[in-house]
Design a binder for this molecule. Structure first.
Ligand code: AMP
Length: 209
C-alpha cells in the first residue's frame, strides 16, 4: 500500500509512521529525517537545506522531489511505503503523481492550540523514537539509552513559522487529494494508541479488498 500521512507539524505523523512501518513492514520515508541526516553528515544537500529548516521554511521543491524520486526507486518500495512529510506543496504532489499511484492519504487533524505545546515539549532520540516531556522521561531514551535531544526547529519561534507554512502551502493538499477521493481523516487529538488503531483499520480494510 502506498500511503501518505498528512498533517500539521506536531500532528504525530512521524510517530504513527514508525509504528505503521513496524506493524506492516512498509518503508517509512520521511523527507525531514533524510534532510536531517544530510545536515548531520555535512553533505552538500545538508548544507543547502539547513538554512531553510532552521528558519521553519520549506526546502525548495526540486530538491525534495529529487530525494523522493530516488528513494522510491529502491527495491524496498516495490510493495508500498509510507510517506511522512512529503508532499508538502501542490507542486510536490503533482511531481509524485508522475511516479506513483497513491492508495490513500491519511489526514491527521489536530487542533492548532495543541500544536505548540506538543512540539516544544518533544524530545528525540537518534534511534527514531520521540517522546514528550509530559511522559516524565529523563535525559536518555527509555528504549535504547542514548541521550535525548530537542530538534533545533522545535523551538517556539520556529514552530510558529512552520505552522504558517503548513497553513499556506501544505493544507491545500487536503483539497488536492479530496478531489481524487483519497483522503481519510483521523482525529490526531486522541491518544497515540487510538490514532494508531484508526490508521491500522484503514490499512486492514485496504488489505482485505
Ligand atoms: P519534518 O521532520 O517533516 O517536520 O521536516 C522538518 C523540516 O524539513 C521542514 O520544516 C522543512 O524545512 C524540511 N522539509 C521536510 N520535508 C519537506 C518537504 N517535503 N518539502 C520541503 N521541505 C521539507
Amino acid at each position: 500500500m502506498k500511503l501518505i500521512l498528512l498533517g500539521a507539524p506536531g500532528a504525530g505523523k512521524g510517530t504513527q509512521a514508525t509504528r505503521i512501518s513496524d506493524k506492516y513492514n512498509l518503508p517509512h520515508i520521511s523527507t525531514g529525517d533524510i534532510l536531517r541526516k544530510n545536515i548531520k553528515e555535512g553533505t552538500k544537500l545538508g548544507v543547502q537545506a539547513k538554512s531553510f529548516i532552521d528558519a521553519g521554511q520549506l526546502v525548495p521543491d526540486e530538491v525534495v522531489i529529487n530525494i523522493v524520486n530516488d528513494r522510491l526507486q529502491q527495491a524496498d518500495c516495490n510493495n508500498g511505503y509510507i510517506l511522512d512529510g512529503f508532499p508538502r506543496t501542490v507542486a510536490q504532489a503533482e511531481a509524485l503523481d508522475k511516479v506513483a499511484k497513491i492508495d490513500a492519504v491519511i489526514n491527521i487533524a489536530v487542533d492548532a492550540s495543541l500544536i505548540v505545546n506538543r512540539i516544544t515539549g518533544r524530545r528525540m532520540c537518534a534511534c527514531g523514537e520521540s517522546y514528550h516531556i509530559s511522559m516524565g522521561i529523563g535525559d536518555t531514551c527509555p528504549k535504547c539509552g542514548a541521550k535525548l535531544y530537542q530538534r533545533d526547529d522545535d523551538k517556539e519561534e520556529t514552530v510558529k513559522a512552520r505552522m504558517q507554512v503548513y497553513d499556506t502551502q501544505t493544507a491545500p493538499l487536503i483539497d488536492y487529494y479530496t478531489a481524487k477521493n483519497l483522503v481519510i481523516d483521523v482525529d490526531g487529538g486522541k491518544p497515540l494508541n487510538e490514532v494508531f488503531e484508526q490508521i491500522s483499520k484503514v490499512i486492514d480494510d485496504y488489505n482485505k479488498k
